[in-house]
Ligand binder design. Sequence first.
Ligand SMILES: Cc1ncc(COP(=O)(O)O)c(C=O)c1O
Length: 382
Amino acid sequence: MNVYLDNAATTAIDNEVFEAMKPYLLENYGNPSSIHSHGRKVRSAIEYARKTVAELLHASPSEIFFTSGGTEADNALICSSIESYDLNHAISSKIEHHAVLHTLENLEKQGKIKLSFVNLDGNGNVDFDHLEELLKNNGRSLVSLMHANNEIGNIIDLDRLGDLCENYGAIVHSDTVQTMGHYKHDLSKLKLHCITGAGHKFHGPKGAGFMYIDKHTKIAPFIHGGAQERNMRGGTENVYGIIGTAKALEIAYRDMEEHQVYIQELKDRMITKLKNSIEGVGFNGESENKDRSLYTVLNVCLPPSPDNDMLLFTLDINGISASGGSACSSGASKGSHVLSGINADPNRGAVRFSFSKYNTPEEIDYAAEKVAEFYSELAVKS
Ligand SMILES: Cc1ncc(COP(=O)(O)O)c(C=O)c1O
């Protein structure tokens, strides 16, 4: 059996998305900046894609800018808002994606900002009282906190985040890469200045994504070049990527309720199977909690064993793709900064299963069985 359970890393492209992209790979190859008919045809397809994304997110097309994906969008929004608003302080958390964390750390290294990390509880939830303290005790800040964590699935309350930051005049960025296409975002209500999306996390193409910048937020471009994306992002557009991203988002919104229920059932099934068959198994962060975590992500806290590192390898041999990591043990340079950030036990390995609409209950049973088999064989050996 071949089982793909690494959908937080990337997802399979939807056939409907591929069909929508195909004409822009084959027939409609004009440069959208060209004013002749070949160019104009492609330009109007890009603008239609922008309108699609904007309408789904309750934003205006002028607030959507296409990028090469989540990493570029995070870099651009963080660097440009700090520069444009002349900010010298940023608040983030230790469990952000590296696209955010390394960008902020680099700005700090260059002496451009002071970086503060908000306290997290043992499950990785943001301490909002501490966030308020940091906002109160520093000048105008950039706050960058992800909507949902890609490793442990924890979800933050974006309404609360926006309301709190508004009181202190902070600029708020949220990396929404893991929730885009999986939850509905209403940007007309959220008090966020900017968010990000990446097509390949919701069955769209890799190397394409977008940033939303609220119309009252004026920031300078990050990539300089031509006048593309209304002077906000130079470079000939990734046309088929843009078309595919918008189509994927449209499909995701169309089928969202059905998929949410289906995928949550798969996750619940995996939790039950693992709990019933492996003694001492647990779940990192809020990953077991339906109301506080992504329905697509389950981070399994493995029983303590020196052989935990072999689990992913064993799963791979059995045709199961998942990802893993454990908290860094002291002095080790590798490991999951997220699990270290929530002080997870470094002696307990972790495996992340992440699900999509294409997974089946049979695949879940097979994967859970293989994990259980691994631990029962270890028990026999010891
Ligand atoms: C939370 C989060 N932010 C940003 C990214 C980066 O997105 P991309 O792969 O499109 O650069 C990812 C992808 O792993 C992610 O999970």
